[in-house]
Write a protein that binds this ligand. Structure first.
Ligand code: GDP
Length: 531
């Protein structure tokens, strides 16, 4: 393999940022892009409810609501690295795509609000990272606000998430008293100066040796003494930085800072880029596929419908797993057995989408999809027929019964809802006794109900009503041949099947799941469904 392919791949770092809404994911992403020179002003990454501009402003419903439904990928260069940040939609637009995006990442950055600790959505996303055994780096944000005790925050991460932590740096005070961070390896203190705008890179960041008399002028005695005590405590009691454990997602390196003030970002990037790896071999049904020595291969992790309303087109997003993608060459779509050229391949550089000619393992490209790709599909070079491991189906958390209002349009309705389900925006289930007249729809994020209603009306001319159901938990029955009608303790539990006939159970709370498991020996219930 040509040397430049090797070096292109080795400089790639592809990661996702996970967090609970409002922890500061957007602000942090923006600061990364500022460092990479990919954008010039803060405030350009994504539009929230009242913003005029959004990077991924593609779907009509996005524009109506002013939020981003699609998860985008941002690429920029920094310090010799080529960085791909995969955006995991998190607010109202939280969806199964948020989880799927994590399947395309090589590592994750977990942003935690220092005043709140670990929050609900972080836990959900964290579980997916753990399932994949990818490295998880923690950025404890908003240190310029009153924060919880730093040891308490670490304890929270360790007990709630069950991952060990290793602080790489350590804060001195918080809120108005936030003075800076101590770099445990360099044994220096970087002092914090609040900057008024989120615009440019931070004001001059100054490093002092821990025993520098100048530092004593900046850090009050009580905080200095506290720092010295805490360093001692950390050196004695915290986990050593064991890169083997980091790489398996068993130990999370922890950093502190303030994204809004662009503080702690440079140090974070420096250590993160050193510690996280370039694209690693990925498992296929023919064994591990090496990113450098193997020719181009990729898998589809997301399909976005209707990016251009006039054409009703779809874009398939694929993560390149090996080699170099060349837009002029034929590729092989393993699932259909067809040779084809990927049409209009594009990449997103900060705000812009651009058509590209080449890309490398670690990159994500979006290609025009004439309706042949499904989530999880493998693309290789002709002559290679291996398939990457499928993308699991994630458990929806909101359920509605769908009532079709115009029974004359039965065919369109069935076609529409089946297609939308195939694209992966919703999951559809049937009760055991009923036919297609009783459809239950499950979604990961409630916005998908609106998307479903909107698309059925606009694309298929079908009006529907959605009736909310009280269930919040779904579990796949481990052994699909289980007769679920014979299970015990099933009052308030609904048994359904997916489109392939696999049995599932719907529960209103987690307690009920435990009850059913207790009363039905040997029953296995799964949160993810491997495809
Ligand atoms: P996201 O929902 O995780 O993407 O969070 P945002 O980046 O949109 O941040 C949510 C809010 O917290 C915004 O008002 C930010 O300006 C604010 N914020 C983000 N980082 C910091 C920080 O380090 N300090 C303070 N004080 N506010 C922050």
């Amino acid at each position: 393999m040509a040397d430049n392919i090797k070096s292109e791949i080795e400089k790639r770092r592809t990661f996702a940022i996970i967090s609970h809404p409002d922890a500061g994911k957007t602000t942090l992403t923006e600061k990364f892009l500022l460092y990479g020179g990919a954008i010039n002003t803060a405030g350009s990454v994504k539009g929230k409810a009242n913003s005029k501009y959004a990077v991924s402003d593609w779907m009509e419903i996005e524009k109506e609501r002013g939020i981003s439904v699609t998860s985008s990928v941002m690429q920029f260069n920094y310090d010799g690295f080529c960085i791909n940040i995969l955006d995991t939609p998190g607010h109202q637009d939280f969806s199964e795509d948020t989880y799927r995006t994590l399947m395309a990442a090589d590592s994750a950055v977990m942003v935690i609000d220092a005043s709140k600790g670990v929050e609900a959505q972080t836990i959900k996303l964290f579980k997916v990272c753990v399932m994949r055994h990818i490295p998880i780096f923690t950025f404890i944000n908003k240190m310029d606000r009153d924060a919880k005790d730093s040891f308490e925050l670490l304890d929270d991460i360790e007990t709630v998430l069950g991952i060990r932590t290793c602080p790489i740096n350590w804060p001195i005070g918080s809120g108005k008293e936030f003075k800076g961070i101590f770099d445990r390896k360099a044994k220096t203190v970087r002092t914090f100066e609040a900057v008024s705008t989120g615009g440019a890179k931070s004001a001059a960041e100054t490093d002092y040796a821990i025993d520098d008399p100048e530092l004593r002028k900046i850090v009050p005695d009580n905080l200095y003494d506290q720092l010295v005590d805490e360093i001692e405590l950390l050196d004695g009691a915290s986990d050593e930085l064991d890169m083997e454990k980091v790489s398996k997602g068993e130990l999370s390196p922890v950093f502190f800072g303030s994204a809004l003030n662009t503080f702690g970002i440079e140090i974070f990037l420096k250590y993160f880029l050193e510690m996280t790896s370039s694209p690693l071999p990925r498992m296929s049904d023919e064994g591990l596929i090496d990113p450098v020595s193997e020719p181009f291969s990729a898998f589809v992790f997301k399909i976005q419908a209707n990016m251009n309303k006039a054409h009703r087109d779809r874009i398939a997003f694929m993560r390149i797993c090996s080699g170099k993608f060349n837009a002029d060459k034929d590729v092989y779509h393993v699932q259909s057995g067809r040779k084809l050229k990927l049409s209009q391949p594009q990449q997103i550089m900060a705000q812009d989408r651009q058509v590209i000619q080449e890309a490398y393992a670690g990159d994500v490209i979006g290609v025009f999809d004439p309706g042949i790709f499904s989530i999880g599909d493998t693309i290789t070079m002709p002559g290679h027929k291996y398939e990457y491991e499928g993308i699991p189906t994630f458990a929806p958390e909101h359920f509605c019964r769908v009532i079709q209002l115009n029974s004359m349009k039965r065919k369109q309705f069935v076609k529409g809802i089946t297609q939308i389900a195939q694209e992966g925006a919703i999951q559809i289930f049937q009760e055991f006794s009923a036919g297609m007249s009783e459809i239950i729809v499950g979604v990961v994020g409630v916005l998908q109900f609106d998307v479903l209603k909107y698309r059925l009306e606009n694309e298929y001319g079908c009006e529907i009503r959605l009736e909310a159901l009280p269930y919040e938990y779904i579990r796949w029955v481990g052994d699909p041949s289980t007769d679920v009608t014979k299970l015990k303790r099933m009052n308030n539990v609904k048994a359904v099947k997916d489109m392939k006939g696999n049995p599932l159970l719907l529960f209103v709370n987690e307690w009920m799941i435990r009850m059913v498991l207790e009363d039905n020996e040997g029953l296995e219930l799964l949160e993810f469904k491997k495809n």
